[in-house]
Design a protein around this ligand. Structure first.
Ligand code: SF4
Length: 353
């Protein structure tokens, strides 16, 4: 039965509890190991013409952005702030560290576009929805690999990136940085490469990012050392967990890592009390925007990266090594000067009561 993912004959029967849980959370399977989910901001773009911060910073139009992962259940970490369902959360035995099989990139991209169109076709003819937005939404322009799991565990990641670019779409790849071997051998770079960081040294890494494989911290350092060799924009995304990585010691640690990686950008984004992370962290671990900005200013001082952008609604700030971010889409033409409309319940912590 297409799209429901409940009864997928081509998936191991023993995965059913996991597939059913993801289907209930509105994840849609494309092939055997890839999932797509309509982002909150894709819906807001259609309903209210409001986009996520990536539109303001980089021109990424949220209604034309496919949020996906080619590694639905697989990751080399079990981070405390992670929202994903792990196999053991639903009693499924599965080696999370290696995909048992992998689908053809061309078929995957066909499936991603088809699934995005299916999700967006629901807006056709809806009262108050601009038909031009629907037309645009049916022609996706961006693919973001950040939904769940570790995308570099998909062995054909390089071919997938190439295939997506061939279809005229951009790629944002968000990795934990545990596979420098894969990143170093990509035939084509993603349009923008993100390395996610919450820890600043081996001790904080092993405690918070909880690796499932040996040498994960050392591999992450190797990846950070690779970033200066990339020609497309790179970014370090720091998820700020109040009371954990907002200390002087942590910020000085991040400054050393940023000096090693010399990314184009540093994004500092508040932890969000979401999904299974609620079993491990509390609402108070989220950083209110004003506090996040104060910490960002401190890191800007320590790194020499000016703070050039912010989004209160998405609770994120942008430090940059270049005066203006590189626009990778045609959305939000006013760019960093764009005034955000704050929707009901979107100021600071009201979002997750
Ligand atoms: S690397 Fe990402 S998907 Fe994996 S556990 Fe950490 S936050 Fe979750």
């Amino acid at each position: 039965m297409r799209g429901k993912g409940l009864i997928r004959k081509d998936l191991p029967e023993k995965w059913a509890p996991l597939v059913e849980r993801l289907a209930r959370q509105k994840y849609h399977f494309v092939g055997r190991h890839t999932v797509v989910k309509k982002c909150h901001w894709t819906h807001m773009a259609m309903m209210e013409g409001r986009h996520c911060y990536k539109c303001k910073f980089y021109g990424i139009e949220s209604h034309r952005d496919i949020q996906m992962s080619p590694s639905a259940f697989w990751c080399w970490n079990a981070c405390m702030h992670c929202w994903r369902i792990r196999p053991q959360d639903v009693g499924v035995e599965l080696d999370e560290t290696r995909l048992p099989f992998y689908d053809d990139p061309k078929e995957l991209v066909d499936g991603l576009i088809r699934e995005h169109r299916r999700l967006m076709s629901g807006y056709k003819g809806m009262p108050g929805i601009d038909p031009k937005m629907v037309e645009e939404a049916l022609n996706p322009a961006h693919v973001t690999m950040s939904l769940t799991g570790e995308p570099t565990l998909y062995p054909l990641l390089g071919d997938l990136i190439k295939e997506i670019h061939k279809r005229g779409m951009t790629t944002f790849v968000v990795t934990r940085g545990v596979r420098p071997d894969v990143l170093a051998n990509l035939e084509e770079e993603p349009s923008q490469l993100y390395v996610s960081l919450e820890a600043w040294d081996k001790k904080s890494y092993d405690y918070f990012t909880r690796p499932l494989v040996p040498r994960a911290w050392e591999l992450t350092l190797e990846t950070l050392g690779l970033l200066p060799s990339f020609t497309n924009p790179t970014a370090i995304r720091i998820t700020l967990i109040k009371g954990f990585n907002d200390t002087e010691e942590a910020l000085r640690g991040f400054a050393r890592l940023i000096d090693l990686a010399r990314p184009t950008y540093v994004e500092i984004k508040s932890y969000m009390w979401l999904g299974t992370s609620r079993q491990r962290l509390s609402k108070e671990d989220q950083a209110p925007f004003d506090y996040l900005k104060k910490v960002s200013m401190k890191l800007s001082e320590l790194t020499g990266y000016p703070l050039i952008g912010e989004s209160m609604v998405s609770r994120v700030t942008l430090l940059s090594s270049i005066p203006e971010p590189i626009r990778l889409g045609k959305g939000c033409p006013e760019g960093l000067k764009m005034q955000e409309k704050v929707g009901p319940g979107e100021y600071d912590l009201e979002l997750f009561p």
